[in-house]
Design a protein around this ligand. Structure first.
Ligand SMILES: *[C@@H]1O[C@H](CO)[C@@H](O)[C@H](O)[C@H]1NC(C)=O
Ligand SMILES: *[C@@H]1O[C@H](CO)[C@@H](O)[C@H](O)[C@H]1NC(C)=O
Ligand SMILES: *[C@@H]1O[C@H](CO)[C@@H](O)[C@H](O)[C@H]1NC(C)=O
Ligand SMILES: *[C@@H]1O[C@H](CO)[C@@H](O)[C@H](O)[C@H]1NC(C)=O
Ligand SMILES: *[C@@H]1O[C@H](CO)[C@@H](O)[C@H](O)[C@H]1NC(C)=O
Length: 526
């Protein structure tokens, strides 16, 4: 019997993906679909590409018209099936020889263990991972082992510890946005989901890292209570919240069994917060539930008829809250996708897929934009690639919300009623171009009267709502900050990545070579 082997070969222009990763397709069926990502209406090529570019994804599965993508922590064995079963699995593996190897049962050609490492550094600012795989074939199924080497970066890592045995521990700060902290079971669930071990003093070096004061200053809520916790004593496991079990008298702060006898310490601020459970590497912070409100607006333009999709996820590292929008484009009309809610202070990703342009042999093209800190911003490159001729993302505040993070409230309507306006700082000021106690003095924007640079403009501000004397402050355009808008704001968005998939016909190569265009939506004229 002939066994299927296809290699998914496509032209890839994304530098952050190791060029020699490939998807290898087999007839097969995963034994588990627990907690995998699934989506309908994607072509199989798009499904594989989604996996290809996702750092944690190691396999994709086509079951009918459903695309499933599997992350390394959710992968079970794959049962080999036949063509008639119409079920295809694509493994993401290294393409070691530079060409398709031969032998039965790919990717374990000739049933040898397939081993290798997957590496996608989709964002240089966050910790990339090496995913080492060992896939082996036995009795009609592929079994998979994945081991992860995490390379600590700056993003969200509070620090890392190099151990004597050359392993590295990265420490995260995680918190629940609703309650501020995690309960023990929430924490366990989270750790299990990402196949992390619960934090603890596994190595002597870890202890040194836990410089209590360093963490303590990060906790803004003075009621916060931090403890370094091990496994509770049997008695306190049953009644963890009694006064005794929450007190220093309770020996539950000790590791049982402790690798370091006698080690046991608490950090305490005035009032205890029973909600908090702190352990070494997962420090939980009581972060005031800052309210903010804003949205994403995405503009796209193309000279072609496209069935584009826009996928928006929160977080880059472990994408969550995925939303997919179909955005059909007609030639030379700007399509706007707007009012997509965003979370501020969080990273996020926008992935645009053009769908095919058959005439040029294009299977699909992608635009990927990662931002690792969401604030008011504009993301619009100067140049881009066909089939799109315009692309722009705006992160904007909802009405009545102001400030870079859209977290300052000032009711615009109420301000208007009393002949005031809300400033960027959410304070009240005179209407634009006016100043003075009665807001009847023209506020000139000339070089000699207004110190704001970089197209910032002078506005009036009453520091307190009842003040009768105002002052002039600068309101900066997006991209600038500082008292006089003299500083360029830090750019929290990464360079836009373009990908193109097609070929191998000449017509596609030619299309690709001529695909650079100016971004028509770089600047918006109202
Ligand atoms: C796979 O497809 C078959 C046939 O359409 C269906 O019965 C089955 O439920 C699907 N399995 C999953 C996990 O989606
Ligand atoms: C694949 O199809 C064959 C023939 O129809 C059937 O006997 C077998 O059970 C199917 N395998 C799976 C995993 O569905
Ligand atoms: C293949 O991997 C399995 C599972 O890790 C292991 O038991 C086996 O020894 C490996 N075989 C070879 C030839 O390395
Ligand atoms: C877009 O999708 C519709 C419906 O699925 C299809 O009829 C049409 O041919 C597609 N257009 C392009 C340009 O792919
Ligand atoms: C906004 O308020 C902060 C603190 O109240 C102040 O330091 C800053 O100067 C204000 N911004 C502007 C543009 O006035």
């Amino acid at each position: 019997m002939k066994l299927a082997l296809f290699l998914y070969c496509s032209i890839i222009f994304i530098e952050s993906v190791k060029a020699d990763l490939i998807m290898v397709e087999v007839y097969g069926q995963p034994t588990t679909t627990k907690k995998v990502y699934s989506s309908n209406g994607k072509s199989w090529n798009e499904c594989m590409a989604e996996c290809y570019y996702a750092q944690s994804c190691v396999a994709a599965w086509k079951n009918g018209s459903t695309c499933y993508t599997f992350d390394y922590w959710l992968m079970g064995p794959i049962t080999q099936t036949k063509e008639i079963n119409e079920s295809i699995v694509a493994f993401k593996v290294e393409n070691k020889g530079g060409e398709c190897p031969s032998g039965i049962n790919p990717p374990t050609f000739g049933n040898k263990n397939a081993t290798g490492s997957l590496y996608i550094d989709s964002d240089p600012k966050i910790a990339p991972v090496w995913v080492h795989y060992n896939i082996y074939y036995t009795k009609g199924s592929w079994k998979l082992n994945y081991k992860v080497d995490r390379i600590c970066g700056e993003y969200e890592y509070d620090g890392f510890v190099s151990h004597a045995d050359s392993t590295v521990t990265c420490s995260f700060v995680w918190y629940n946005e609703n309650t501020g902290g995690f309960t023990y079971s929430e924490m366990k669930e989270t750790c299990d989901e990402y196949s992390y071990g619960m934090a603890g003093f596994k190595y002597k070096e870890d202890v040194a890292m836990f410089e209590a004061k360093k963490y303590l200053v990060k906790i803004k809520d003075t009621r916060a209570y931090v403890r370094v916790d091990g496994i509770r004593t049997a008695a306190c496991q049953k009644t963890p919240k009694t006064a005794y079990c929450m007190s220093e008298k309770d020996p539950t702060g000790r590791m049982t069994p402790s690798p370091f006898p006698g080690l046991f310490f608490y950090i305490r601020t005035p009032t205890m917060s029973p909600k908090l459970h702190i352990s070494l590497l997962f420090l939980l912070l009581l972060i005031p539930n800052a309210q903010s409100s804003g949205y994403l607006e995405i503009r796209l333009k193309s000279p072609f008829l496209l069935n584009a999709t826009v996928t928006i996820t929160e977080d880059i590292y472990f994408p969550t809250n995925k939303r997919v929008f179909n955005v059909p484009l007609v030639p030379d009309h700007t399509r706007i996708l707007t009012n997509v809610p965003v979370k501020f202070h969080r990273p996020g990703t926008v992935l645009i897929n053009s769908g095919p342009v058959d005439k040029f042999g294009l299977h699909f093209a992608t635009i990927r934009s990662d931002r690792w800190n969401t604030k008011q911003m504009i993301i619009a490159p100067d140049e881009m690639k066909l089939p799109f001729t315009g692309f722009r993302i705006d992160v904007k505040c909802d009405r009545n919300w102001h400030g870079p993070y859209c977290d300052k409230f000032c009711n615009d309507n109420h301000a208007k009623i009393i002949n005031r306006r809300c400033t960027h700082n959410a304070t009240l000021g005179c209407p634009l171009m006016l100043s003075g106690p009665n807001c009847d003095v023209p506020l000139l924007q000339t070089e000699s009267t207004c110190p704001c640079v970089n197209h910032g403009y002078c506005v009036s501000e009453f520091l307190n709502p009842l003040d009768t004397v105002d002052r002039s402050i600068c309101e900066c355009g997006v991209g600038f900050e500082g008292e006089h808008c003299e500083e360029k704001e830090y750019d929290y968005a990464d360079a836009i990545q373009f990908g193109m998939h097609g070929g191998p016909e000449k017509v596609f190569t030619e299309f690709f070579e001529r695909s650079s265009v100016d971004n028509e939506l770089r600047y918006l004229y109202h």
